[in-house]
Design a binder for this molecule. Structure first.
Ligand SMILES: [Zn+2]
Ligand SMILES: [Zn+2]
Length: 329
């Protein structure tokens, strides 16, 4: 089978590997069909590292994946032929974080395409059935969005967005859009801001109110989701909150570009929540795709065959689209 290997920064090759043949009890073999390209894949491609995760040997890219069940191990209720979305992080299921339901914080999680763990840009993946979710009625191109949408589902849940809440999302990339959809599904009125007019246009095409940040937004929102990790994004987010509001930090920047004004948080009684990945979100994310299927067409429109991916990455073809989806076969 063919797999997409990141050998070192700016060096991706499509190579042949033997197909995984053994399917242990509780596992399924999935024929991968669609894999979304994420900012983190691009980051490993450009720099070979994200924080403490450093590429030291060739790794398969991709973590936003969906495909078709091909074979099942013992004790699995999924059946061959079903379209499924694969949750990319497999936690230890024993530590205190796993046992308390916060498995996104598991120190021993094995996450697709996070060195040294191989990702899903390959023809077949053997995956625990527990982390493989049926996506009835969805195509693999739609189902692979369950991964970026999970971040939004988890964030809206953690921030307890409620009916009629005024919600502002700073940063209208895929995760910002996901957070806006999830907030709306929980009854919030979501608007987005961005510094780029093309992303504002995309957010509007998805049916949201969107604009540059402006002073009229000050002190107005019950919940603000910061999805840029930039200092201006963080400062705008804090400014936009009403007293007693909730600030959720999703965007990952540098420590020096993510400074909060502690005194303001203090005197205005603002709650700050850190959002890292997600837990227990896949069924909700798939339901979100079904509900907003038409508006989520903004995520569709850029596709590349896996064999053309090395050139596509070299040309930075992904930067023109909100999301590019790789077709594996
Ligand atoms: Zn992603
Ligand atoms: Zn754990």
């Amino acid at each position: 089978m063919l797999v997409t290997l990141l050998n070192r920064p700016h060096d991706v090759t499509i190579v042949s590997r033997s197909e995984p043949e053994e399917i242990p009890p509780g596992f399924v073999r999935v024929a991968i069909k669609s894999v979304g390209i994420c900012g983190s894949d691009v980051h490993y491609y450009e720099k070979g590292r994200i924080g403490d995760f450093v590429l030291r040997s060739p790794m398969v890219l991709g973590h936003e994946s969906a495909g078709i069940v091909d074979q099942v191990g013992e004790g699995v209720s999924l059946v061959p032929g079903q379209v499924v979305a694969l949750e990319p992080g497999i936690p230890c299921r024993r530590c205190r974080y796993c046992l308390s339901g916060h498995y996104n914080l598991c120190p021993d999680v094995k996450f697709f395409a996070t060195p040294p763990v191989d990702g899903a840009l390959q023809e077949y993946v053997v995956h625990p059935a527990q982390f493989t979710f049926p996506a009835e009625g969805l195509s693999p191109d739609e189902a692979c969005l369950a991964e970026p949408l999970s971040v939004g589902v988890y964030a809206a849940r953690r921030a307890s967005v409620g009916l009629g809440d005024k919600v502002l999302v700073i940063g209208a990339g895929p995760v910002g859009l996901a957070t806006a959809f999830a907030s709306e599904a929980q009854g919030g009125e979501a608007a987005l801001t961005d510094v780029a007019s093309n992303r504002i246009a995309t957010a509007r095409a998805a049916g949201f109110s969107a604009s540059f940040f402006n002073s009229e937004m000050t002190g107005k929102y019950d919940v603000v989701f910061e999805c840029t990790g930039t200092q201006s994004g963080i400062s705008d987010a804090q400014r936009a909150l009403r007293p007693g509001g909730v600030l959720a930090l999703i965007g990952m920047g540098q420590p020096e570009t993510m400074q909060l004004n502690g005194l303001d948080l203090n005197v205005r009684g603002i709650t700050v929540i850190g959002i890292f990945r997600y837990a227990n979100t896949y069924p909700s994310a798939l339901a979100l795709i079904r509900r907003y299927r038409d508006r989520m067409k903004v995520f569709q429109g850029s596709y590349v065959d896996m064999t053309d991916l090395p050139q596509f990455l070299a040309d930075r073809g992904y930067q023109h689209y909100v999301k590019t989806i790789v077709h594996v076969k």
